[in-house]
Design a protein around this ligand. Structure first.
Ligand code: NDP
Length: 293
């Protein structure tokens, strides 16, 4: 059942993600128009009930809500800038990944053009869209978010961070930063055990439950950081962590692999020890991260 049988939605961009978002709208029964720069990407969606527009302007004219899912900020501008007049009075939901400042710039452009703007960050891969675990982060117009929340919820759980259009991309990229560094850590571990004949799959079967258990420590680190006191009792000290990293870096060298990933963490620890904070907790390395060396 559709949330609003009369709502017409257009999706600009039928890459892997735009196609998944458009597919969820079509399956929910929305009148969905799709457009892609290159031909040949709309067939499956059209077979499911979407309408294909020959041009971006035709797509914009067809939708009260226009969803942009393009490659990057530059491509969003390239497509939308000539269409400001057509977009006026409509709603733009931009789910293309941008930086916070790029999102603020786009929101200001939209405001000047008389376009209601909501920006989103997608915390999912295309096959997760519309399935449990898919999460989308939004900021920009509260009115747009609340009005179209049922539509947005088709793609995954929706979280709204406020009118500052930069907030959703900020969370998006901060969460991705956490993920990439964690993945690099896993890959470092896999490279360490490989010379011993351990497959990445065997290592993953040990690493997944270990890392899952370790995420239980995040609220504790957060409490120390938010409390602003790295001397709180019961924490693993920086001096202890440095010793642990010594062992890890030495074992890495013994395995004949690149120590860059773990050496980077040890470097952050050492800067705080050198500044006289060796007895304080590990969470203090956030001070090394906040201040470029
Ligand atoms: P794809 O590379 O699959 O698709 C990119 C889309 O952008 C295509 O439709 C492409 O058109 C279009 N495009 C690129 N440049 C231009 C341009 N100058 N003018 C017009 N159209 C252009 O990317 P995804 O669909 O995977 O990603 C889309 C957005 O979603 C990105 O911002 C990405 O960061 C974000 N995202 C993607 C995730 C994923 O796992 N895929 C996860 C989370 C976010 P054409 O077909 O003509 O090349």
């Amino acid at each position: 059942m559709t949330v609003d049988d009369n709502l017409r939605v257009s999706v600009l961009g039928l890459g892997a993600m735009g196609s998944a978002l458009a597919g969820a709208l079509v399956d929910a029964g929305y009148g969905t128009t799709v457009w892609n720069r290159s031909a040949g990407k709309a067939e499956e969606l059209v077979a499911r009930g979407a309408r294909e527009a020959a041009t971006a302007v035709e797509a914009v004219r067809a939708g009260q809500v226009v969803v942009a899912c393009l490659l990057d900020h530059a491509s969003v501008h390239e497509v939308l800038a000539p269409l400001a007049g057509e977009l006026a009075g409509r709603t733009l939901v931009n789910v293309t990944t941008t930086t916070p400042d790029q999102a603020r710039e786009l929101a200001a452009w939209a405001a000047d053009a008389g376009v209601a703007y909501l920006g989103g960050g997608i915390m999912a891969v295309p096959h997760m869209i519309g399935r449990p675990g898919s999460s989308l982060l939004y900021s920009g117009s509260a009115e747009v978010f609340h009005r179209y929340e049922p539509l947005l919820n088709l793609w995954g759980s929706s979280t709204y961070f406020g009118e500052d259009a930069g907030l959703a991309p900020l969370y998006d990229l901060a969460l991705l930063a956490s993920m990439y560094v964690m993945f690099a850590g896993f890959l470092h571990g896999a490279a360490m055990v490989a010379p011993a004949g351990v497959t990445a799959g065997e290592f993953a079967s040990m690493a997944a439950p270990w890392l899952t258990a370790m995420t239980g420590g995040l609220p504790g680190y957060a409490a120390v950081i938010d409390g602003g006191d790295y001397t709180v009792a019961g924490q693993q000290s920086l001096a202890f962590s440095d010793l642990a990293l010594d062992g890890i870096v030495t074992a890495t060298a013994e395995q004949g692999i690149n120590p860059e990933v773990v050496a980077l963490v040890q470097g952050l620890i050492r800067r705080q020890i050198d500044a006289g904070h060796g007895k304080e907790g590990f969470a203090r390395i956030i001070e090394s991260i906040k201040q470029p060396g």
